[in-house]
Design a protein around this ligand. Structure first.
Ligand code: SF4
Length: 178
C-alpha cells in the first residue's frame, strides 16, 4: 500500500518470530485480509491470478499441515511476499477497523502477544495517540473512503477486542455500502 506510510506498533523482528498472524483455523476465516478498491489498485500486479481473491475480496489461503496460510506468506521465514504493498488491514494489525451497526470502530486485538505485553505501558497509549493523528490525515481519510469495501464486522470476536475510538468521518456509509 504505497500511498500510506505509518509507523508499525509491533517491531518487525517481533512479528517475524511470531506464528500468530497470517495463518488461520479455516479457509474461510474472517481474519483473512479483505481488500477494498484502493488495496486492489495497489496490489493490481499481485492479484492478476484469479485464484488470489475469493468472491468477497478476501485473500484465499493455502492449506498445509492442517493450517490455512495466507497465500502471500512465505512459510519458511514468516515474511510477507507483498510486504511493501500489503493490504491496509495487515498494515494496521494488531489494530482492527470494524464496521458495526453504530459505525466504524477502532479496536486492538488482545490475542496479539505483543499487545498483551504492552497494553498497560505508556508506549501503547502513545501509539493510540499516533493512530488518532494518522486517521486525521487527509490522505488517509481519502484512502479509507476509497477502500470501504474492506470493512467487515468483527463483533463476533468482541471478547478478544478492546474498543479504542470511532472513525466518525466514515459514517454513515452510503446506502449501497451498508
Ligand atoms: S498479505 Fe502479508 S501481512 Fe497480510 S496476511 Fe498475507 S502474508 Fe500476512
Amino acid at each position: 500500500m504505497p500511498e500510506l506510510s505509518m509507523m508499525p506498533f509491533v517491531p518487525s523482528d517481533v512479528c517475524l518470530k511470531c506464528d500468530g498472524c497470517c495463518r488461520y483455523k479455516s479457509a474461510d476465516s474472517p481474519w483473512r485480509p479483505k481488500l477494498g478498491e484502493a488495496d486492489k489498485q495497489s496490489l493490481a500486479a499481485a492479484i492478476t491470478d484469479g485464484d488470489v481473491l475469493d468472491d468477497q475480496a478476501y485473500i484465499k489461503t493455502i492449506q498445509n499441515c492442517g493450517q490455512h496460510f495466507c497465500r502471500f506468506l512465505n512459510q519458511s521465514d514468516n515474511t510477507c511476499g507483498i510486504y511493501a504493498k500489503r493490504p491496509l488491514e495487515c498494515l494496521l494489525y494488531p489494530f482492527v477497523l470494524s464496521q458495526t451497526p453504530d459505525g466504524i470502530k477502532v479496536y486492538v486485538h488482545l490475542s496479539c502477544p505483543y499487545v498483551q505485553d504492552h497494553l498497560s505501558r505508556s508506549d501503547f497509549d502513545s501509539y493510540v495517540s499516533y493512530l488518532k493523528e494518522f486517521f486525521r490525515k487527509e490522505g488517509v481519510r481519502a484512502f479509507l473512503s476509497r477502500n470501504r469495501a474492506m470493512f467487515h464486522d468483527y463483533s463476533a470476536f468482541a471478547p478478544e477486542l478492546l474498543h479504542l475510538f470511532d472513525l466518525l468521518f466514515l459514517w454513515p456509509l452510503p446506502d449501497n455500502e451498508n
